[in-house]
Design a protein around this ligand. Structure first.
Ligand code: DON
Length: 346
């Protein structure tokens, strides 16, 4: 068992959760700020915070500098604001799940993902096998209570990307990520190798997803392409641009390219809102109102629809597998800027 799953029964994160809650709640009272001011304030507030621990079940992630801290915000009219490290790339990890889900939705429609994988939170850890077992009986009899942002659903979504060969499918996956980021991204080969050597759990999940009908054929290819997409290198500006593409109705606000149909974006954001931070998604939404997605590489993107996308990179994670500093900085910045879509308009 890896660290994440091993911690499932004894998750002693109540104190941490309260700390995040208190830290975030105090911000509701903040005076309105401009984006740069809000970013600088969050950067200075959290730059010395040392809580959390790098993911280590993928050995390459344990070697990433835990002090790395970068913040970027891209508005829906293409303005970029930032603080800290914007150059260093980390592996995108689970944030890629959003864009592969988006690609499948774009290509095959909103119903395709809902029917094959489901759009319901599992309430379980991102790599839970128990969650797969719990929903297996409903496959074929109705929408499964799964979603494309946990590993089983994400591997299944990757298997849905069409293409005659593994290379053809990969070119579509990386191409969609490139369009959302606005530049040519590359795979961090050390992470890809490290995860490929140690992803027996995801292989088991891939085989189970075939057995239960979510994946139609060739689960090893789906797991391999999923592992590769998780190893794409991104910096904070890349991630913020990807988030802003969703905030701007599927149009990359920096390059102007329409990456997906605006009408399909709300479906993507809905799954992010309900499952983007796994079993802590409800708590996150309660405090920010924002669709978001975390990755065990340390990144978190958050989307304020019609306004901006924010990304924060900081590798140390909490027990749920979400970056500690990225959650806090993202929440502070959005709340300071009135980013919560459920808040009354001023
Ligand atoms: O499959 C995995 O375990 C990783 N490639 C991705 C997990 C992840 O990022 C979960 N996010 N918080």
């Amino acid at each position: 068992m890896n660290r994440i799953e091993r911690r499932l029964p004894g998750r002693a994160s109540v104190i941490g959760a309260l700390a995040i809650g208190v830290a975030i709640s105090t911000l509701y009272a903040q005076a309105p700020a401009g984006p740069q001011q809000a970013i600088d304030a969050a950067f200075n507030k959290y730059k010395t915070l040392k809580e959390g621990k790098n993911a280590d079940y993928i050995p390459a992630l344990a070697k990433v500098d835990p002090n790395l801290f970068g913040i970027a915000l891209v508005t829906t009219d293409g303005k970029v604001f930032s603080a800290g490290d914007l150059k260093t790339e980390v592996s995108i990890q689970s944030i890629s799940k959003v864009f592969t889900m988006a690609q499948v939705i774009q290509e095959q429609g909103l119903e395709s993902v809902e029917k094959r994988i489901g759009v319901d939170a599992t309430g379980a850890r991102f790599n839970s096998i128990i969650a797969v077992e719990a929903v297996k009986t409903v496959v074929g009899t109705g929408a499964p209570e799964m979603n494309p942002l946990v590993n089983p659903g994400a591997i299944s979504a990757t298997s849905m990307v069409t293409g005659g060969t593994s290379d053809a499918v990969w070119n579509k996956i990386i191409g969609f990520h490139n369009d959302a980021a606005g530049r040519q991204l590359r795979v961090l080969q050390d992470v890809y190798k490290s995860e490929s050597d140690t992803n027996q759990r995801n292989q088991a999940i891939g085989a189970l997803m075939l057995a239960y009908g979510y994946i139609k054929s060739n689960w090893p290819q789906a797991v391999d392409l999923y592992t590769r997409q998780c190893s794409i290198g991104v910096n904070a500006k890349d991630l913020a641009t990807m988030a802003a593409t969703l905030a701007a109705g599927g149009k990359n606000p920096v390059t102007g390219k329409q990456v997906m149909d605006a009408a399909k974006v709300p479906g993507v954001l809905a799954v992010m809102a309900t499952a983007g931070l796994y079993d802590d998604s409800g708590k996150w939404l309660y405090h920010t109102g924002l669709p978001a997605k975390s990755g065990v590489g340390g990144g978190i993107i958050a989307v304020s629809p019609g306004k901006f996308g924010i990304a924060v990179i900081s590798p140390p994670l909490d027990d749920a597998g979400n970056s500690v500093r990225a959650q806090r900085a993202n929440a502070d910045i959005s709340n300071a800027l009135g980013g919560n879509p459920y808040a009354p308009r001023k």
